[in-house]
Ligand binder design. Structure first.
Ligand code: ADP
Length: 265
């Protein structure tokens, strides 16, 4: 018997007020503890809507029908059990790296000494330099460094589920691959359950234990693939033949989707 899923989407449907067609329709899937599930699909197919429904954020939450269960319990809004990392750099401009990373702990009333100690540990764990970076402000950091801060700020709170919405979409290819390597290493370390939206097929295949491919007709799942575990850095995995075959398979699927959309079928 399989254990209780960390997260279960059950017949999830969302129709935005004033819209005729739902953005997400009758979506059901389970994500198990410690799994990384990636979600691919064309723009506008409902990926962010799903992620924000799981996060419990308005106006996506509440769903029109169906429900989101976290460890078997329905969600009623945002919660400490779910952390988010977005594409837009979400650090506070007037706070240093250390104060950004420890923001959530401050809100929880953790003492300054304790949160600074933990903050420095996390600054190091995401690959930043404690000595040179902790007192910097966001405008002094590169895009990759700012996303490291965002990841540290989320992980320091030890959420069971981490929701990532195209977090590396604005980064250059080399930085992006470095961030993918960091992501995999950290997730294995903290044993988090991750739900990750991306436009990049390579990223979805590299990071995912499973990948879901969405169609935009509207907001439904087209295919689910179980993936081989990535055991080498992103740059090396991308040269692997079976990795490339999976990428081509998904690319063909997307091309067929786009052709059928153009043909109006
Ligand atoms: P994706 O993340 O795959 O690009 P979204 O979930 O952002 O897709 O959007 C899915 C559909 O829902 C789109 O047609 C979009 O225009 C619509 N939509 C998204 N957010 C809102 C909103 N707040 N109000 C009305 N329609 C929305």
């Amino acid at each position: 018997m399989r254990v209780l899923p960390a997260m279960r989407l059950k017949g999830l449907k969302k129709t935005y007020p004033g819209n005729k067609t739902p953005a997400v329709d009758d979506l059901s899937l389970d994500v198990y503890d410690g799994e990384i599930v990636t979600l691919l699909g064309p723009s506008g197919c409902g990926k962010s809507t799903i992620l924000r429904l799981i996060a419990g954020l308005e106006p996506q939450h509440p769903a029109t029908a169906g429900e989101v269960l976290v460890l078997g319990k329905p969600i009623f809004g945002p919660g400490a059990d779910r952390g988010m990392v977005f594409q837009d750099y979400t650090s506070f401009d007037h706070r240093t790296v250390l104060d950004n990373v420890t923001f959530g702990l401050e809100c929880q009333g953790v003492s300054r000494t304790q949160r600074h100690e933990l903050g420095r540990e996390w600054i190091q764990r995401v690959g930043l330099n404690v000595t040179t970076d902790q007192h910097k402000y966001p405008h002094e950091l590169s895009g990759g460094m700012r996303q490291r801060v965002a990841i540290a700020r989320t992980l320091i709170l030890q959420p069971r589920i981490i929701l990532m919405d195209e977090p590396f979409g604005a980064l250059d290819p080399q930085t992006r691959m470095n961030m993918q390597d960091l992501t995999l290493a950290l997730w294995r370390d903290v044993h988090a359950t991750v739900f990750f939206i991306t436009h990049s097929i390579e990223e979805a295949v590299f990071l995912g234990d499973r990948v879901y491919m969405m169609s935009n007709s509207p907001g439904t799942m087209l295919e689910e693939l179980t993936l081989q575990m990535s055991d080498r850095p992103s740059k090396e995995m991308q040269r692997d033949l079976s990795f490339q075959e999976t990428v081509y398979h998904l690319r063909d699927l997307i091309s067929r989707l786009e052709e059928s959309r153009r043909a109006g079928t």
